[in-house]
Design a protein around this ligand. Structure first.
Ligand SMILES: Nc1ncnc2c1ncn2[C@@H]1O[C@H](COP(=O)(O)OP(=O)(O)OP(=O)(O)O)[C@@H](O)[C@H]1O
Ligand code: SF4
Ligand SMILES: [Mg+2]
Length: 352
């Protein structure tokens, strides 16, 4: 059996809001195998970043509390690891890339110094060796004239260049797991594609595993081995990229798939096809959280919550249609089209 680098079990993270304690993730469960990429997808506010920050235990500093669950990293439960021990793991064995590269870089230090600093802290490298490695890292992430660029400040670089620097910082210590939270959303379309390609190439070269967060199903199609779909704090569907694209069993996932922009090179568009909006964490609907927006809602959906279970096709889904054996393939008729799109998107990505 494939080795699991990350096993998230029933992860429940809450915040104190004006309406009381509210869960931003609720019993989130999925696994990431070594060397693979798992994409967490879902609309804004579905709990993707809270999941990532909980894994990193950075949620403690954002006012969140992990109320329940386990985050097993190579078998070690990070939920029960002290913050002192997390310093050994975070930035070293697990690193994270955030959406906005500018916020991750310090404007008053050169990019070379910033990468070198990571190496001096985590690898205890001497100044000169750390600087040399930092230039090597800039070269690795495809920055031309790395010796010259290393001496520049972030404001002297484009957004795409800065994101490459951030990737260089994240990979400098050769982490086992990279968490990338919308790493391309702030960039323009052509740069997005280059950065994604770079991440995939480096993941392969360095033998990392990757947890990639995106609201863009097109991105997930290009990079994912597995996909976990989140809605209002819970995982509603989880499976291989083929299972999700070719045989999705959840109306929410089907809505996301239908929102993929056409094959005209555009991506990152808003998810416009699903009517209504995601609820705030303090006002989660009863029963199935998706029921106010679901085109297939039944009486049971309004009062009883469907749990995430293995479906007939082998992946996991949380929907009463599945539980009651009433899944009507006609409602999923877009899926042949989605399967073709998966092939198209992947072919396009490998042969632009
Ligand atoms: N510090 C906080 N205090 C209170 N609520 C929070 C806090 N951080 C996040 N939340 C709430 O938790 C929910 C999930 O937020 P999260 O940032 O994980 O969403 P997301 O899926 O990453 O969305 P996006 O695509 O916009 O980044 C949201 O309803 C958000 O308002
Ligand atoms: S449980 Fe009901 S409301 Fe929820 S997704 Fe399935 S059919 Fe729709
Ligand atoms: Mg987020």
């Amino acid at each position: 059996m494939a080795e699991k680098i990350l096993q998230i079990r029933n992860l429940t993270t809450a915040f104190l809001t004006d309406q009381g304690v509210a869960k931003a993730t609720d019993r989130v469960t999925f696994d990431l195998e070594k060397g693979q990429t798992l994409c967490v997808v879902g609309e804004s506010g579905s709990g993707k970043s809270v999941t990532a920050l909980s894994v990193m235990r950075l949620i403690d500093y954002a006012g969140g509390v992990i109320m329940d669950g386990e985050v097993l990293f190579n078998g070690e439960d990070l939920v029960r690891t002290s913050q002192d021990d997390m310093l050994r793991i975070r930035g070293n064995l697990i690193t994270m890339i955030f959406q906005d590269p500018m916020s991750a870089l310090n404007p008053v230090f050169t990019v070379g110094d910033q990468i070198a600093e990571v190496l001096r802290i985590h690898r205890r490298m001497k100044k000169k060796a750390a600087w040399q490695r930092s230039v090597e890292m800039l070269k690795l992430v495809g920055i031309p004239d790395p010796e010259i660029r290393a001496k520049q400040f972030p404001y002297e670089m484009s957004g795409g260049m800065c994101q490459r620097v951030v990737i260089a910082m994240a990979l400098a210590c050769n982490p086992e797991l990279l968490i990338a939270d919308e790493p391309t959303t702030a960039l323009d379309v052509t740069v997005q594609a280059q950065i994604l390609e770079l991440l995939l190439q480096l993941k392969k070269e360095l033998g990392m595993s990757m947890l990639l967060i995106t609201h863009d199903m097109g991105v997930a199609a290009e990079v994912a081995d597995r996909i976990a779909v989140m809605y209002a704090g819970i995982v509603v569907e989880e499976g291989t990229v083929q299972q999700i694209f070719e045989n999705s069993r959840h109306p929410y996932t089907i809505g996301l798939l239908q929102s993929i922009p056409g094959m005209d090179g555009k991506r990152g568009g808003e998810l416009y096809t699903i009517k209504g909006s995601i609820p705030p964490i303090s006002k989660v609907p009863s029963g199935c959280r998706f029921h106010p927006r679901c085109p297939h809602v039944m009486d049971i959906c309004r009062t009883e919550e469907p749990l995430l279970k293995s479906s007939l096709t082998g992946h996991k889904t949380a929907c009463w249609l599945e539980d009651k054996g009433e899944f009507d393939l006609k409602s999923n008729k877009g899926n042949n089209q989605e399967a073709n799109r998966l092939t198209d998107i992947r072919t396009e990505a490998t042969h632009p």
